[in-house]
Design a protein. Structure first.
Length: 219
């Protein structure tokens, strides 16, 4: 088996899009490009935790979500400032009323700026920027996802209307949730905790205190 076939097999098995239905009113979308997101269905609307990386995948999320509920997405919560959490938000612009983001401190921002050259080189090697189309094999961390950086060429996105600085709790459309500062890949990263569900959602993972839940492969 050559390297090309190994990449295709990996993409087919590990990067397949999946939809997890958790406790009926929570739906987790995994592997939509290099992104995941979680939809929490409230009394009259949907709270979307992250908005995947680009409009290409956000439209897929919106279409699948419509199979489970006709309630509109009114709130989006960004768990980081990375493109893979915000890039597809513009797809929901016609219904969204509130976008929540988390601020970062000045010191980490300066440190990250000093490493920009290294970060950009990493992107080139890990995401395939500069490769010909025919050389892009797996659908995932690649430049074909449309967005590469926060500039005027990226997909339209929705800027936060509410910024949080510290841990806080709130209720949105009948759903109680806590926004917790959990610095990791980025200093402003937050985790969304749903106390009544005993579960949390974030950019890369979703954890639930439920032994079994339904899932299905997509596409």
């Amino acid at each position: 088996m050559n390297g090309e076939q190994k990449l295709k097999d990996y993409a087919a098995s590990c990067l397949a899009k999946k939809v997890y239905v958790i406790d009926n009113d929570i739906i987790h979308f995994a592997n939509f490009g290099s992104s995941s997101c979680t939809a929490v269905i409230g009394e009259h609307s949907v709270i979307l935790i992250d908005a995947v990386r680009s409009s290409v995948y956000a439209r897929q999320v919106r279409e699948i979500l419509s199979e489970y509920t006709d309630k509109p997405v009114r709130t989006i919560i960004y768990t980081t400032i990375l493109p893979e959490t915000q890039g597809g938000s513009g797809v929901f612009a016609d219904t969204v009323e509130q976008v929540i983001g988390c601020t970062e401190t000045v010191r980490p921002r300066i440190a990250r700026t000093c490493l920009n050259d290294v970060k950009e080189m990493r992107k080139i090697f890990t995401r395939g920027y500069g490769l010909a189309d025919k050389l892009i094999i797996p659908d995932g961390n690649t430049r074909q996802e449309v967005i590469t950086s926060f500039d005027s060429t990226r997909d339209s996105w929705l800027e936060p209307t509410l910024w949080i600085e510290n841990n806080c709790s709130m209720e949105i459309d009948g759903v109680r949730l806590s926004l917790l500062r959990t610095p990791g890949e980025t200093p402003e990263t937050i985790t969304v905790w749903l106390p009544e569900k005993k579960g949390c959602g974030g950019r890369l993972t979703v954890l639930w205190n439920i032994p079994e839940f339904q899932h299905r492969d997509r596409f």
